[in-house]
Write a protein that binds this ligand. Structure first.
Ligand SMILES: Cc1ncc(COP(=O)(O)O)c(C=O)c1O
Length: 374
């Protein structure tokens, strides 16, 4: 298999652990192990204390799958397959659903593996471009035109990385209708689900919306446990799950036993876990709103509707965000993620809303802005 480098992950490999402040992380501040274990109930505490470090069930621990299924309406444990992160799920799903001659439509700019793995299967990929001047919204008419008789898989990420876009219910229903009409599978990357900013904005899950809908979830983002590397696919399409399951025998076979138990603890305590994440994100969003209001003549800011990232733009003529971000990391030790890492021009950059050091990082960014943009 030939596959292009994952630009964003290469960028993080270079910088993530070398800078003082990661102002572009997409995950929420990792939950401390001690805090998580304090949330265990009697059953999961006993599972943790008595854990033997053998292989685990390749589909995922039955209790974990049952807990994940409870995030959806009317799914059961057998509608869920556990993976090592969302990344492995994307890799397996694209490989079992796409082939040369097939076609896929994927939202863009976006998480590169959502379209790069599809391309590597030999399938043709059409990028569904989101645009700032449309408020980053899905363009349903465009999507309708992009779907062809060969379209096997439509991929939408919402809340969206990097823009924070969240379709309204009407638009989402139209999207589901397009996929159904085309007879295509609909993968909804919902790794930022549960971080919607307004009550009532949460969309139906892809797996609940249609029998051929597939929800992609993970512990990394809303659940603030990226270090577990636990993700999943949930769908009523058991055939797709069975094929993914067989493919996974060539990637990881099964997940890490400690991670499965910790994920189970986190999901059972999801009200507390999600409340912590939402609190961090809400406070940071307010700070970013204030910053971008003060600097409205230098940056544009389409306020995200959900998730833990946003995609502002540096609007100063003649100043490239790549150069400006390079200066910022050099002088202040603060990392931004320029849009070029998504292959997206236009001077945008990703900011992360999930880290507790955002106030300090933003202060440093402002210092850099005062030095270089005034
Ligand atoms: C939209 C989206 N999907 C999938 C993933 C992969 O998640 P993980 O790294 O936990 O496997 C990410 C991570 O940034 C993401 O932003």
């Amino acid at each position: 298999m030939r596959i292009a480098e994952f630009a964003l992950e290469r960028y993080f490999a270079r910088w993530e652990f070398a800078v003082e402040h990661l102002l572009c992380a997409s995950d929420v501040q990792g939950m401390p192990m001690r805090e998580l274990l304090a949330l265990a109930d009697d059953e999961t505490r006993a599972m943790w204390d008595g854990l033997a470090l053998g292989y685990t069930e390749s589909t995922g621990h039955p209790l974990l799958r049952r807990e994940i299924a409870a995030l959806y309406d009317g799914l059961d444990a057998d509608d869920v397959l556990v993976f090592v992160g969302a990344e492995e799920a994307i890799f397996c799903l694209a490989n079992v659903t796409l082939d040369a001659g097939d076609h896929s439509v994927v939202t863009w700019p976006g998480y590169q593996s959502l379209y790069e793995v599809a391309r590597a299967t030999g399938a043709e990929v059409t990028l569904h471009e989101l645009r700032e001047d449309h408020g980053w919204a899905l363009d349903i008419d465009l999507l309708r035109r992009q779907v062809t008789p060969a379209t096997k898989l439509i991929v939408v990420n919402a809340p969206h990385n990097p823009t924070g876009m969240l379709p309204d219910r009407g638009t989402f229903a139209e999207l589901v209708g397009i996929a159904d009409e085309a007879g295509a599978l609909l993968l909804v990357d919902e790794v930022y689900r549960f971080l919607e900013y307004r009550d009532g904005d949460r969309l139906p899950a892809g797996a609940d919306a249609t029998p051929r809908g597939i929800s992609l979830g993970v512990m990394s983002k809303s659940f603030a446990m990226a270090g577990l590397r636990i993700g999943w696919l949930a769908t009523r399409d058991r055939e797709v799950l069975a094929r993914c399951s067989a493919f996974k025998d060539y990637t990881t076979i099964c997940s890490a036993a400690p991670s499965e138990v910790l994920a189970l603890i986190g999901l059972r305590a999801r009200d507390a876990v999600l409340a912590r994440s939402r609190e961090i994100v809400a406070a940071n969003l307010e700070r970013l709103d204030a910053f971008f209001e003060n600097w409205a003549d230098r940056f544009s800011w389409v306020r995200p509707s959900g998730g833990s990232v946003g995609f502002p733009r540096l609007t100063v003529p003649g100043v490239s965000i790549d150069d400006w971000a390079a200066g910022l990391v050099e002088t202040e030790g603060v990392l931004l993620l320029p849009g070029s890492q998504f292959g997206y021009g236009g001077n945008h950059f990703r900011v992360g809303l999930g880290r507790t050091d955002l106030p300090e990082a933003l202060e440093r960014l402002e210092r850099h802005a005062l030095r270089t943009l005034r």
